[in-house]
Design a protein around this ligand. Sequence first.
Ligand SMILES: Cc1cc2nc3c(=O)[nH]c(=O)nc-3n(C[C@H](O)[C@H](O)[C@H](O)COP(=O)(O)OP(=O)(O)OC[C@H]3O[C@@H](n4cnc5c(N)ncnc54)[C@H](O)[C@@H]3O)c2cc1C
Length: 415
Amino acid sequence: MTDQQVLIVGGGHVGLSFALLLAHHGIASTLLEKNSYPEIGPENDRSRSHYLDSRNTALSRRTVQIYQEIGLWSELQSHACRIDAVQISEQGSFGKAQLNKKDERVESFGQVMENAWLGRKLLLAAQNEPLITIIDNAEVVTIGQQSDSVTLTFSYYNGSEDEQQLQGSVLVACDGRDSNIRQLLDIGISTYDYQQTAIVGVVETSMPHEHTAIERFSPAGPLAVLPLTDPDGDGNDDYQKGHRRSVVWVCPTGEEQQYLEDDVHFLATLQQAFGERAGKFTAAGRRGAYPLTRVLAKSQVDGRCVIMGNAAHTLHPVAGQGFNLCMRDAHVLAQMMSTQVMKGADIGDISLLKRYAKSRQTDQKRVIRFCDAVVHGFTHPNPAIKLARNVALVAFDKLPNIKPLVATYAMGLKS
Ligand SMILES: Cc1cc2nc3c(=O)[nH]c(=O)nc-3n(C[C@H](O)[C@H](O)[C@H](O)COP(=O)(O)OP(=O)(O)OC[C@H]3O[C@@H](n4cnc5c(N)ncnc54)[C@H](O)[C@@H]3O)c2cc1C
């Protein structure tokens, strides 16, 4: 236990997870969230998403291990679906590759989790944790840095608009892609507009998913189809078990409207791009659209302030790596702060924060490069590049030493 405390701004999945990681090490935090959190009533599984209406995140094995480490996985796993196999293929081409958990001797490659459930469980755990103070409806106005502390002035919308102050040893900004803290600290960004939009939704297929995640590259754009758990307790038992899948489909920006509004057109185009490997696409839930821009903070540390989560690096979702990378960052920083506490030293010490940022560079750069290679490599129309990527897929499938290495990275087990 220490009387030093961390100020966290932004209570999305990364901010809440980081607060829980700190609490696991006995470090107190105050978390400021701009929006108002919903009331979470007594435990009731009926609150889960409707059968075909949920947003989902693929959690790597490493992320699952981190939640296991802080004792949260047992709470989360009822709404998570194991990934036992990964298939990669391209429409109209010969190259394909498959990873199986048995061949790679792993329990699974990861889990697909309903976002609403993850958010609800993280919030409940944080609300029940005495070392975490949550202030929602709060927005930071100024940041002051002193030699031994950082001070935040924030507006607090509680009917009347008050300004209040908080002091801590260190500030960690988890306030998302358009981070206000990053702007207040005058930290620059580099951006790249992919000119693509991700269409996200849930579908039902005539064949069961059998815990297989499928990455399919088609002229209409890259497509990830992931297995989902069956809903239970929502009063709707009118579905086939094991046939629910999450879809992330990336299309050129400007083309998304046709997929959002018209279910029949969406299902028919999906079927054409995907083929029959899942049988027929029989139903689709509401879709959401996310314009895709890579945003990288030019620095992740400024004095006693750290930029984390999407505020530090917002990536293309095609390989399902963004949140998993954020969780590895959060885990490392919490661990380093814990070691500092054990030494009786300052958790906001600038050299510690710089060491943290340096230690995360290799993993971050590798993931950023990997996501971009997948996006550009698999969407390039040039026939020579198309041939090269199909040869690469075949080589990947056949060469004995490559698959375990790629699987290890994809599972987030090597950084
Ligand atoms: C379509 C899509 C699919 C994805 N799929 C995957 C996947 O399968 N696997 C994976 O690993 N990643 C995936 N990602 C990436 C993942 O969603 C993000 O990396 C993750 O959500 C980042 O969380 P965050 O908490 O950093 O940011 P956010 O989720 O943006 O949360 C930021 C929080 O800060 C709050 N906030 C904002 N401004 C302020 C302020 N001024 N003051 C206080 N609070 C503020 C917001 O209200 C919010 O609560 C996907 C992304 C997309 C777009």
